[in-house]
Design a protein. Sequence first.
Length: 557
Amino acid sequence: MYIEFFQLRELPFSITPDPAYLYMSPRHQEALGHLLYGTGQYGGFVQLTGEVGTGKTTIVRTLLEQTLDAVDVAFIHNPRQNEQEFVQTICDELGVTYPREDRSLKTLVDALNEHLLRSHSQGRRTVLIIDEAQNLEPGVLEQVRLLTNLETAKEKLLRIMLIGQPELSALLARPDLRQLASRITARFHLTPLSARETAEYIEHRLRVAGAHGEIFTPQAIAEVHRCTKGVPRLINIVCDRALLGAYAQNSRLVLPDTVRKAAREAMGELPDIFDPKARSRWRLIEIGWAVALLASIGLLIWSFDRHRQSNAEPAAAATKTIPSSTNEIPSAPPTTAPATPPPAPVADPVADVQTLQETAAPLGAVMSRLIRQWDHTLVIPRGENVCSALQKRALDCYRGSGGWDDLRQMNRPAILTLDMPDDGPQYFLLTALDRDSASFDSALGPVRIPLSSLDGVWNGEFLLLWRRSTREDYIDRGTKGPSVAYLWQRISTLQHIAPPAPLPTRFDARLVAALKTFQQAHGLDADGIAGVRTLIALSEGQPNTPTLHSADTEASP
């Protein structure tokens, strides 16, 4: 219904396990690697578990899409069978011939063993994949164990993969199944997606379906992750319903309110924490408890101080009764010590990084925010290289490394690469910077973090934009023409000096000296050459140029 409205080729969030839409998060890649290991020459007994909807079956289908040389696969979809039906299904999957009039378990196992020996002699490997294995009956599991006994002197004839929900691990932990569990050579548990992976997952499926431009806002994507906890199947259900809701509202963008409504319709009533009004009520309750706690602490300190003063008064009175010497010099009256400002709050790196991590967004979304700092109307066509497209509009990308002083000197909003403890490298837009703290733009508003908390996660890498006013981004003694005149013009304006008349068009010794003076005044390497950083400094003060203002003007998180 909404396919034409959003200009898609097909439904992007179908819950059928289509390998074309598989998003390979690091965990999914590792899970697929375990399965590929199970099909190899030395593969054995592999167990893959994961919660409902985390993508187990899709990974299996992706495995089957691979070109597996000399591998025969038997895939059992329905595990609710007795022992005889189970082995018969394996034989049917592999094309094993057996007497139709005699389908006893012994006859079937003998025929299977003969087929496996023949395949092995031909250099082929046989793999048995059992989906929803947590539903296998104990007797069938025992039969699985017996099938692992089909072997030659050097290797197993049947490689087995058990795919199931976490209950499978609990099932195999039973004492009567310990022999089977001991034969498993590789185990992997597939967990839900992180917030960053959820955003990449949504964008990946939209891109495969033919989407052009933004459909889900970053705030809506964050809401999808909160509602679904990163479970891919739930993400598909909620996103599909949210697209339908946006279509019904004639909106080209999916907003957080649409996602919340879609989640309630698709998943039932959500906990109160997903309701903005409820979040406000909980915030008020938390503030109330905090005020009560502070009042209790204040009362305790006041009581302790009063107790100390009452103990000190008798000692002071006794001191006054002691006769003093006649030649004692009277002491000067006590002076009141000047009030000292309260100490600055101590940074908590773990809590600060966690606060920032909760606002993480995909690189594309962060780059869009940076571009909007320069031109809120600028849209980069999907599929086009961002920096190449920006160059056509006189904006250049500058990737570099350095420290906080370098960012202060360049004074431009920048994307920093931060190595977050849980999710690895992520990207954040720096919009404000002062001596002790930095502010980052996010979908939830500005987030201010002490610099000391960032030193452990920022490796110095950054990306910023700057507006080019010359053809070159490196101007030295070999340069002639308008670029030289531009340098004289900007240096004269920023240094408040009179430019030569007429403006020179040759890079000479006078320009080298003027450049060195300018570079020294702006904390740059005084080499007398106009590189990118010098050109950025020379563009200071030009119209429509965003800068890093003080973090003191930003709201705290």
